[in-house]
Design a protein around this ligand. Structure first.
Ligand SMILES: [Zn+2]
Ligand SMILES: [Zn+2]
Length: 160
């Protein structure tokens, strides 16, 4: 767990408190098959207790590293979750750990795919050259289509 994301509720009572912190991905136990987290995660939340409820509202910023879905080049992207909102039951407990909820929000915000650029031309289905940098040398199939790699995957799966 991340000690930065354990909120001391004794400090809050009827007031609202702003928590602004940087958390290491390791402490948050961030682990994802497609994304690497190597930079601190910025969390800014306001915490408020209203009768029997703890309200946590704020935003999260983080950096992910992954491969472009088309050309497979490594890319690093800054992501922001503009508004998170959690509520918890308040029964006079002293501490509240929001690590797992922040982690879940972060995973949910990850796109299914990221491109290095909207105009990324991907890899040639035939010669596998990165068409952003190199010229295709094969006489292969449909090399001009940005979706040629999808054709290729489909045909591979069909065993052609
Ligand atoms: Zn790309
Ligand atoms: Zn080619």
């Amino acid at each position: 767990m991340a000690k930065e994301l354990i909120i001391n509720l004794k400090r809050i009572r009827e007031h609202s408190v702003i928590l602004e912190t940087e958390v290491s991905p390791a402490d948050m136990e961030l682990d994802h098959p497609d994304y690497i987290f190597s930079d601190p995660v910025f969390v800014k939340v306001s915490v408020q207790i209203i009768s029997h409820e703890i309200l946590v509202e704020g935003s999260v910023r983080f950096i992910v590293k992954t491969a472009c879905s088309r050309c497979l080049e490594p890319i690093s992207r800054e992501m922001a979750i503009g508004s998170i909102f959690f509520s918890y039951e308040y029964h006079e407990q002293d501490f509240l750990d929001i690590t797992s909820d922040i982690r879940d929000e972060l995973y949910l915000s990850l796109p299914i795919r990221i491109l290095c650029s909207e105009s990324c031309r991907g890899l040639c289905a035939g010669c596998k050259k990165n068409l952003n940098r190199e010229t295709c040398v094969c006489t292969g199939i449909n090399r001009s289509s940005p979706f040629s790699h999808l054709d290729f995957d489909w045909k591979t799966q069909k065993g052609e």
